[in-house]
Design a protein around this ligand. Structure first.
Ligand SMILES: [Zn+2]
Length: 195
């Protein structure tokens, strides 16, 4: 009777070899999967501090360029709503200004100061409406000409502040990149970037 090699009882050594081969193949296959997954996994932005949670350091000049770029891309008063971020119901600013405003708002609230957002980004049409209501600055009014207001760049916010909150702003707003940029308008704060 002919016996084929496959029918002969396997020696312990050949079983060991077979199991070893299969186990090695499985391990190589798994290692490949892990390798591919690692290579294809979306990389975390580690920022300049090398940790995913650390804030990214941006220089003041970069901030100013970024802050003005939406206005120069779309034009004063013509920034689409989709490019802006809300800072209070019905009021928005450019993303960077909104982010710093949110941090400042938290600090204001933490220190128990009262304030309210009266106005932020304004479209050309809204600025025209204000000129009609309040008059042009050049005519003794309080509205900037169409296309010249920092509200149209999404960088300015008008705040209702009591004396206490105004003192807080004078002291701390600068560290959030906000500055009172119009003399005689203590409510008008513009994001100018941190220096
Ligand atoms: Zn204003």
């Amino acid at each position: 009777m002919i016996t084929f090699p496959s029918q002969t009882p396997r020696s312990a050594f050949s079983r060991f070899l077979r199991i070893g081969t299969v186990a090695t193949s499985v391990m190589i296959f798994l290692a490949c999967l892990v390798g591919f997954a690692y290579a294809l996994w979306p990389a975390k932005d580690l920022g300049s501090y090398g940790s995913a949670d650390a804030p990214v350091a941006i220089t003041a000049s970069q901030q100013k360029a970024d802050a003005r770029s939406l206005g120069s891309t779309y034009g004063n008063g013509q920034i689409p709503e989709s490019q802006l971020r809300e800072i209070a119901p019905g009021h928005s600013m450019t993303p960077q200004a909104a982010e710093r405003f949110a941090a400042m708002k938290k600090a204001l609230q933490r220190d128990g100061k009262q304030f309210k957002v009266n106005s932020a980004y304004r479209s050309l049409a809204e600025q025209e409406g204000l000129i009609k209501r309040y008059g042009l600055l050049s005519n003794g009014g309080t509205a900037a000409p169409v296309g010249e207001s920092d509200h149209g760049l999404g960088l300015s916010v008008d705040l209702k502040l009591d004396g206490d909150a105004l003192r807080w702003m004078s002291e701390h707003a600068g560290s959030f990149g906000f500055k009172n940029t119009v003399t005689g308008e203590p409510w008008h704060w513009t994001f100018v970037g941190q220096s």
